[in-house]
Design a protein around this ligand. Sequence first.
Ligand code: AMP
Length: 224
Amino acid sequence: MLNLVFLGPPGAGKGTQAHRLAQRFAIPQLSTGDILRRAVAEGSPLGKQAKALMDAGKLVPDEVVNAIVDEALARPEARRGFLLDGYPRTVAQATALDEMLARRGRKLDYVVSLDVPVEVLVDRLSGRLTCPKDGSTYHPRTNPPKRPGLCDSDSTPLVQRPDDRPEAVRRRLAEYQNKTALLTDYYKPRGVLRTIEGVGTPEDVEGRIVSALRDNLTAGPANP
Ligand code: AMP
């Protein structure tokens, strides 16, 4: 059982790394952003409520995302562990997560915080192309798709996420600074926080994360 949270500003590589580690450890990746984007694409009531906030780069209300996560944690596949990507984003969400886990007799093993300088974040986000079907991301310079403009796995035409436009990127970075950056202080005293340098290739960053977790798993996991 491995219960992980990925923290970090937009563009830090949370989705990329969460995807890789979810496969490596065979646990589900629970991405609130992906779940919300699917709801927007389907035009569900949740999607209709979230769309304008998301497009503007603002956070969706805590109660809405808390309910999404509670439901995701209740699924059978999450019993073996999970990797939360993009949640929690506020202290109120972090306390709600603690309650949801306590109710199930579980707790977090690690909070992996990806550290990336702001100029690298802006470059990554402004060039980012996303597959609207599977959520995979590309960058024309650092991670180009095999065929320009098309997703490697299903050939879906890649798009720029509405919130990767410059105005929304500025707002998302500000939301992160004002509301999410504080979470490292929330988790630090518990000894679960692992800060990892997030610059480099996805393979490099994954290697750093795995060795930080392995060192600690060898030393004795926080949640044996
Ligand atoms: P992401 O894919 O994680 O960058 O999330 C995209 C957008 O979805 C965010 O800018 C928010 O509008 C919304 N969102 C995703 N996760 C959360 C969350 N935990 N709390 C509030 N809003 C969220």
